[in-house]
Design a protein around this ligand. Structure first.
Ligand SMILES: Cc1cc2nc3c(=O)[nH]c(=O)nc-3n(C[C@H](O)[C@H](O)[C@H](O)COP(=O)(O)O)c2cc1C
Length: 276
């Protein structure tokens, strides 16, 4: 059965912008359909319901941080598919994507989507600028486009099933450790970054442009007072990455220690992985 589609929906949660780039590169491999953009970064856009029918096609992308931080419930609660074909992607910083693809599959199917293809793609690591440096590069962008093309062909031919289950990826690890064993056993638990990993401060270079506020998914920044509400903040690094003056700095020793510990492991080149 050949299927045709009314609209291509680009749905993304992309604090630093690289995931949105991945979604758009995937879409470049898909034929010419009218496109609608759904930016789930602003909290207001997650309060509205985004409803999709069987004649719609969704390309979804999220950054990975093991899971989608604490927001995965909210993100998938605002998406309602009706047997809608779904192409899912995660962007990660050349470290590991853990259970992110399995989570994406579980959540998307729970929200009424038919997951036909999944991919994990490498982008620059928002925290460690040396990890994933220069990614996505030309070869990554070609892989994303090819992924979109193959997924679209498969779905157009009426095949909405995922025949290969996604892997988990803990590639930086020498072997299983306690945290990972726990995460694998309890995918339903929210992953909460403790406040000491999210400490940050404005520097004098701030020009009050408000770009940080516009890219904060949880409205955690008081620009006038130059403060961050670390209970609201999910630690996505959007404010730091998007600041045109680099006027927001992480002051977290805990995060600096983790980043330093994995720095060498993050330097080897990983390649995109796709599942159909
Ligand atoms: C708190 C936090 C945790 C992250 N954890 C991982 C990780 O476990 N593995 C990895 O490879 N990248 C990790 N990343 C990097 C992001 O997944 C990567 O930079 C992604 O491309 C960011 O997408 P964005 O630009 O759309 O925000 C993490 C980033 C942040 C801010």
């Amino acid at each position: 059965m050949h299927r045709t589609f009314k609209k291509l929906h680009l749905v993304h949660f992309s604090p630093g912008g690289s995931t949105e780039r991945v979604v758009k590169a995937i879409a470049s491999g898909i034929g010419s359909l009218p496109v609608e953009n759904h930016d789930l970064l602003p909290s207001a856009n997650r309060k509205a319901k985004h409803v999709f029918g069987p004649d719609d096609l969704v390309v979804f992308g999220s950054m990975t941080a093991q899971k989608l931080f604490t927001l995965s419930d909210e993100i998938f609660a605002c998406l309602e598919g009706h047997d809608t074909p779904f192409i899912g992607a995660i962007a990660y910083g050349n470290g590991f994507y853990g259970i992110a693809l399995n989570e994406l599959l579980r959540r998307a199917e729970g929200s009424g989507f038919k997951v036909a293809a999944l991919g994990a793609f490498i982008a620059r690591h928002s925290i460690d600028p040396d990890a994933g440096l220069g990614r996505p590069d030309a070869s990554d962008l070609a892989a994303m486009k090819d992924f979109g093309r193959r997924a679209f062909e498969k779905i157009s031919a009426g095949d909405l099933a995922l025949h290969t289950l996604p892997k988990t990826n803990w590639s930086y690890c020498e072997g299983p450790n306690k945290i990972i064993a726990h995460r694998e056993a309890h995918p339903e638990e929210p992953y909460i970054l403790p406040p000491e990993y999210k400490e940050k401060a404005f520097t004098d270079a701030c020009i009050n442009c408000g770009n940080c506020v516009r890219h904060c998914p949880t409205d955690a920044i008081d620009l006038a007072a130059k403060t961050f509400d670390l209970e609201k903040c999910i630690g996505c690094w959007g404010c730091i990455v998007r600041c045109p003056r680099k006027a927001i700095r992480s002051t977290s020793k805990a995060m600096a220690d983790v980043t330093a510990a994995f720095a060498d492991a993050y330097k080897r080149r990983l390649e995109p992985e796709t599942f159909f």
